[in-house]
Design a protein around this ligand. Sequence first.
Ligand code: ZN
Length: 286
Amino acid sequence: MSLNFSENLVEEATGKENAANFSSTIADTSASSDSLFFVKGEQAIPVNQLPQSWQNIHAGKSNTKLSDPEAYVKMAQLFFHKMSSGDVDLFNDSEKLGHLKPAFCEIFGKLAWEALDFYGEDFKVDKYPDFDSIEQELPPGEDYAERQKIVEIGKALFAEFGYDLPASFYQVHLAPIYREDVSEVRPLRFSEEDKNNARAWDASLHGQKVFPIQLMVQSISSKHGFFQEHGCGCNHAMTRVGVTDTSFDYQIRPEMRKTWIRDFIWTTWYEYAFFKFVPVTRFLVS
Ligand SMILES: [Zn+2]
């Protein structure tokens, strides 16, 4: 496997220290079979080859409150291995495309690193919104009550998922309170105000393709008079529950809770990685 990352490119996204770590990670992995590591029979990257933030989570030195940090670290080890060494169906099912594998590893190894680097930070306690002070600082106005409902939904989501979902999951939910109208539809990718957050926010919304997580979000929102909308021109909005709509109650079955949360995290990571890789057109958002 040959992975010659441009230091400039890596630096741009992850900072110089991490760029150096990334290069040595790839060098170590290809140079030594001693570094082979397995999670339940599947090959993974050793912890010491993950971004520093994940090494800190593993060592208990990160200010995170994950209920099962070791499981998240194992997911990071698996994720980075699969993306940086092309351990995906595209190559595993057939050798025909083998000649493309080095390019895949180079591109997706870099994107996976960016994703893990981001989420290793995004799980830190100080990244999460302070719902009470946000509520206290809501500007008075005719739609004050609606903005307050959005904050209440955020609080209820946090009561449900806490620090097991990343800070950006809550931030994208709160975003409509800072819009002119809480129900304004925003094309995240193309909006000046949102473009710096679009990658993480879109990943978080796409993570809700894990249906039980979305059902929970919509159930909580509906009880406060809203539904969350997202289409894949990347429009995002909280829309008011109409007179003919009805709120609904949904609970995640306790025995499936861990599974759905892990599915959400995994999906969010690859959606973050793929964000710049998907075809986009303004035709879908106009
Ligand atoms: Zn989207």
